[in-house]
Design a protein around this ligand. Structure first.
Ligand code: FAD
Length: 687
């Protein structure tokens, strides 16, 4: 790296690290010369995962807030709206003569590929690129088992994290001042980014009443939580109707809060409570840190298994006969399934962009287990509507409930929403708040109105099938259907194995590919088929690495199954139903060179038109204006998941065959005792 002088000018590329405190990229840049803080809004590159209305509102507020802070420090944020991040960065570098670009790591598969390409092209253009960890306690490549393999159960992962030789680094203070770049610099206003349109502003004004985005507000929210609800977090975290959890997730998603700061501040409180003998409070801290651990794990999974936003971690689900049923999907989204707790959750989500974690588990389980809808539809709908929409956490949640993880819900587990209702909303207050049509129903019947005597329903003004639906699927029928689907899945899987054993092509038994339920994303989203390895002669070339470099999962070096289909060669997963065995192939943690010269990277994609279609999926979540329920609640009418169906024979990435590393649930009791009260951690992740 060339020596830096005070003449050094560094672009700090802000993304989801919208804070000035404990921001390593900003701090490093401020130390060596003038700084150009930049935010580039590039909806085209977000593709299918363009944030929904609520999330975009948060982003806008957070940027306004960050810009104020940076302006006070000396260098306002430069805003750009562009079709290509790389082109925008190169343009700024050229216009200013900036010779360095610093940014903090992201771990979702789309960003991993994009950032890697950007880094290569900038390096080729002679610009020094440095990237840092601002989002995690430990980088994903730092946490491995004794064989250097990534963990595939949360418990093992978290035990290891809490047992690392060095505690996570202490958070750093904001720079005292930032030296501004002195020349002229083109920037648009935050309004010009078009993060919200005129029609969305009314709905967004409601969000502003309840939430205060921005890093300083995040800091205050953390303080308030630590000095209040944290002490009773353990006892209260299952109360779905009150704000007893930290409510930090949207702040964390946009990096307004440093997770290292959370860790250290919470730990200090814990030490104090231990001294004071407050056992329950100490346990609350363990549970809260475990929640933070789940967030870490979501990034860990995404990094190590970068296909999990598209496909299950366990390969069996590939053979699950999903019901591609628009009617069911619509009823679920509108909160019209006839199960009050599920419906209340879905109406809350639509109206407020929020749901308690437990309600997320209940509504998502219902979508997958009762209705047999493809989990990715639900995941995408959550992505489009949640205020804290976060791809890695969303994927973890949906994989967890759909039996896709070795330590998640079992695939054949189906929870009764009536029983869940009395467990999590014993007095029916939550249901009454979100389903006014049931507000006069006595608690005795609130979670199963279909059993209520006609006189009770009449007195409460309820006409089942008219102003509140009957159950969309009876619980016994749902159980039977799930069992049938599971039998079909095992049969499909066995047939597929037999086909493969006979040396024939895989795929005939794969209903998922045919229906487009599991593998429905456009090719441009397939991290495992985009990049190719660049060879110079017989040599694979690698970019020079710095200790701060972000590792990149080996998305590019997959074993090619056929001329048309490639898949990641690093991961190999299969679960035997009886033994619950997960097999994982060794992951190679080396940087792959992706083929991406500048022209190719900035050239419009041939699928550009279709990419725009994909964005329509978020338009629905922005259209609260269109319809209102009789109750006055906003509803969505025609949400159609925009997952184009893959044609059989096209480049569908397949879950590869077996490799012999076995990780079995039965072995979990042999794990070492976790520093943070592992004994309290159940076998299953409680998302
Ligand atoms: C189907 C499903 C989808 C989900 N989608 C999202 C999502 O898009 N964005 C999101 O931030 N969370 C998601 N979660 C996780 C969890 O529900 C939320 O993080 C949590 O409810 C946020 O509330 P809180 O900040 O008060 O959490 P707290 O209980 O106070 O937890 C503190 C922090 O820990 C992290 N955390 C807690 N639980 C989880 C978890 N299960 N997975 C990952 N991180 C966790 C969050 O960053 C959270 O802010 C999802 C869970 C499920 C089951």
């Amino acid at each position: 790296m060339p020596e830096t002088t005070m003449a050094t000018c560094t672009i700090v590329w802000f993304r989801r690290d919208l804070r000035i405190e404990d921001n390593p990229a900003l701090a490093a840049a401020a130390r060596v010369g003038s700084v150009i803080p930049v935010f580039i809004w590039c909806p085209k590159e977000e593709g299918q995962f363009l944030p929904g209305r609520a999330s975009r509102w948060w982003l806008k507020q957070s940027l306004i807030h960050l810009n104020e802070s940076l302006t006070n420090l000396g260098a306002p944020l430069v805003f750009r709206k562009s079709d290509h991040v790389l082109a925008a960065l190169l343009d700024i570098a050229e216009a200013t003569g900036a010779n360095q670009i610093f940014y903090n790591h992201l771990y979702d598969p789309i960003s991993l590929v994009r950032d890697h390409q950007v880094k290569q092209c900038l390096s080729r253009a002679g610009i020094i690129v440095n990237s840092f960890n601002a989002d995690l306690l430990y980088e994903p490549w730092e946490v491995n088992d004794e064989k250097g393999q990534p963990f595939t159960t949360f418990r093992e992962f978290w035990v290891k994290c809490m047992d690392m030789p060095a505690e996570p680094g202490a958070p750093t203070l904001p720079p005292k001042r930032i030296l501004k770049f002195s020349g002229p610099l083109r920037s648009c206003s935050v309004e010009d980014l078009d993060l919200e349109d005129e029609l969305e502003k009314d709905s967004n004004a409601l969000l502003a009443r309840a939430w205060a985005p921005g890093w300083a507000n995040a800091d205050r929210a953390l303080e308030t939580f630590i000095n209040g609800p944290l002490m009773v977090y353990g006892a209260n975290s299952r109360k779905v109707d009150t704000a007893t959890t930290s409510l930090l997730s949207p702040h964390l998603h946009y990096g307004e809060l440093s997770v290292r700061k959370i860790f250290h501040n919470v730990r200090m409180k814990q030490i104090l409570w231990v001294k004071e003998g407050k056992v329950d409070a100490e346990e609350s801290v363990n549970l809260f840190l475990r929640a933070i651990g789940l967030r870490e794990y979501s990034r860990y999974l995404s990094f190590n298994f970068p296909f999990t936003h598209e496909r299950s971690l366990l390969s069996s689900l590939k053979f699950f006969p999903w019901r591609v049923d628009e009617g069911y999907f619509k009823a679920w989204r509108l909160g019209k399934t006839g199960y009050p707790l599920v419906d209340a959750g879905m109406r809350e989500l639509w109206a407020s962009g929020w749901m308690h974690s437990q309600i997320r588990v209940i509504t998502s389980s219902f979508c997958v287990k009762f209705l047999l809808l493809p989990w990715r539809w639900g995941m995408k709908y959550f992505w489009d509507t949640l205020l804290d929409a976060d791809l890695e956490s969303d994927v973890l949640g949906w994989q967890y409930i759909s039996g896709s993880l070795p330590d998640g819900h079992e695939l054949d587990r189906i929870d009764n929403p009536q029983i869940e209702g009395y467990r999590f909303d014993p007095y029916g207050e939550y249901v009454r708040r979100w389903l006014p049509e049931l507000s006069r129903l006595p608690t005795e019947w609130i979670h199963h109105p279909w059993d209520a005597p006609p006189s009770v329903l009449h007195a409460a003004g309820i006409e089942l099938g008219s102003n509140y639906p009957r159950p969309i699927v009876e619980i016994t029928a749902a159980r039977e259907r799930l069992q049938r689907a599971l039998s079909d899945m095992w049969a499909n899987e066995a047939a597929n194995k037999a086909t493969l054993a006979n040396g024939l092509e895989e795929g005939l038994g794969d209903t998922i590919e045919v229906q487009g339920a599991e593998n429905g994303f456009p090719l441009s989203m397939d991290v495992d088929i985009g990049p190719e390895t660049v060879h110079r002669g017989n040599q694979v070339s690698f970019w020079a690495k710095s200790p701060h470099d972000q590792m990149v999962p080996t998305m590019a070096n997959g074993v090619t199954r056929s001329a048309s289909g490639a898949f990641p060669g690093n991961v190999d997963i299969f679960r035997n139903r009886q033994e619950n065995v997960l097999r994982v192939a060794p992951i190679e943690q080396k940087v792959q060179v992706l083929s991406s010269d500048f022209e190719r990277a900035v050239a419009p994609s041939p699928d550009a038109e279709h990419e725009n279609d994909d964005m329509d999926s978020t338009a629905e979540s922005s259209s609260a204006r269109d319809l209102t329920l009789a109750l006055g609640l906003p509803v969505c009418s025609q949400y159609v998941p925009v997952f184009p169906v893959r044609q059989s024979g096209s480049q569908v990435p397949l879950v590869p065959d077996l490799h012999p590393v076995l990780i079995s649930r039965q072995h979990s009791h042999m794990l070492p005792v976790m520093k943070l009260e592992a004994s309290k951690v159940e076998n299953q992740i409680e998302c």
